[in-house]
Design a binder for this molecule. Structure first.
Ligand SMILES: NC(=O)C1=CN([C@@H]2O[C@H](COP(=O)(O)OP(=O)(O)OC[C@H]3O[C@@H](n4cnc5c(N)ncnc54)[C@H](OP(=O)(O)O)[C@@H]3O)[C@@H](O)[C@H]2O)C=CC1
Ligand SMILES: CC(=O)N[C@@H](CCC(=O)OP(=O)(O)O)C(=O)O
Length: 321
């Protein structure tokens, strides 16, 4: 009998889908049940993912067909607004299936577990409906959480993302020509990740996102107004203490760079700076939007759902690497 959990992936052609295929194919316990894409239906997976040795082909599954595949888990890596029919079909036909939704569709739904393990894993046990956090939202929450109890006002977050964050549907925000030598501001108030962080932390924030001409990686610079004065050592100790046992969060003395986080699975937080007599702190976080911002975090959530070590199948690096 095959006891390896089988994972079905809907939205398998996308940037995040591709990362998930590579992670699941290399995972020591999971195997791929199906990969669904309308555009690539019928094509061999190995045409697009040469590292994948099997005979799997892309299929185009609607919600009922996906729910009927007998997968142990289904990951939805679809654009926002498309998850509901898949969830309804699974609820009706295969309710025990673990669902991980990469979109923003269930991040405000109390019936779903919000899977940002470093902050929420205490609630993970038994969760079968798992909402994967947004990419910027992951970086912002990890950068703010250690100081959440010391805030005097909403933190301001200035974010810059590579254009893979905007998916594959053509737009100004993923057009390398328009982004060349450019920085494009958008959604300067009310971005879904602004609301998501406020909802999850119980602490409003102000978020100003931008997109740049590189492909992958995000930097978020967070300005934190504090209710009392902090010293430099105390500030850094807060972050180090909070993340000491977290293999996917690295606290640095210097400011992290986007170029050093691309294609890596962890978040870096550093560049700690104090002003206004210790009552204003600045911290900088970087994250690969496609990995810890999406696919690697989904794998953490799948590992937890199936009782495996949380980082199984996620390449870890030595902290001095
Ligand atoms: N990119 C990122 O950095 C991050 C993305 N996310 C979220 O993850 C999800 C996937 O993102 P990403 O991979 O970038 O998106 P892409 O645009 O790269 O891929 C979207 C996928 O969905 C499929 N798709 C698109 N429209 C439809 C439709 N109407 N019906 C069925 N399938 C459709 C596409 O394949 P096909 O057209 O062949 O069916 C493709 O596989 C999104 O919800 C996104 O918000 C979350 C964190 C970070
Ligand atoms: C550059 C760019 O456009 N980035 C996307 C990132 C958000 C995303 O991927 O969507 P989720 O909320 O589903 O995570 C954006 O700002 O909408």
């Amino acid at each position: 009998m095959n006891t390896r959990p089988r994972i079905g992936l809907v939205g398998a052609r996308g940037h995040v889908g591709g990362e998930l295929i590579r992670l699941i194919a290399a995972h020591p316990q999971f195997e791929l049940a199906f990969v669904s894409s309308r555009e690539r239906a019928g094509r061999a997976l190995r045409e697009f993912e040469p590292a994948f040795a099997g005979d799997l082909r892309y299929v185009n599954l609607d919600a009922a067909a996906a729910a009927g595949q007998g997968a142990d888990a289904i990951v939805l890596a679809l654009p926002n607004g498309l998850a509901a029919p898949f969830v309804a079909a699974l609820d009706a036909m295969a309710p025990q299936t673990v669902v991980v939704d990469l979109s923003a569709d269930y991040r405000f739904d109390a019936a779903w577990y919000y899977g940002l393990p470093e902050l929420t894993r205490a609630r993970a046990a038994g969760a079968r409906r798992i909402s994967n956090p947004g990419c910027y939202a992951t970086a912002m929450q990890l950068a703010i959480a250690p100081l959440c109890d010391a805030l005097a006002a909403p933190p301001q977050c200035f974010g810059v993302s590579g254009y893979s964050g905007a998916g594959t549907t053509p737009s100004d925000r993923n057009d390398p020509e328009k982004l060349r030598d450019n920085l494009m501001p958008y959604s300067l108030s009310g971005h879904v990740h602004e609301r998501e962080v406020g909802h999850q932390l119980g602490q409003p924030i102000q978020f100003m996102p931008h997109v740049a001409g590189w492909f992958r990686g995000i930097m978020v610079t967070v300005n934190l107004h504090l209710a009392r004065a902090f010293g430099a050592d105390e500030l850094r100790a807060r972050y180090e203490g909070h993340y000491r046992d977290e293999p996917l969060v690295r606290v640095l003395a210097s400011a992290p760079w986007v170029s050093r986080i691309a294609a890596r699975h962890h978040v870096e937080i550093g560049g700690f700076t104090l002003a206004d007599g210790g009552r204003r702190a600045v911290a900088v976080a970087t994250i690969d939007n496609l990995l810890k911002g999406a696919a690697s975090q989904a794998l953490q959530n799948l590992n937890l759902a199936f009782g495996f070590a949380e980082t199984l199948g996620i390449p870890l690096e030595r902290s001095d690497a």
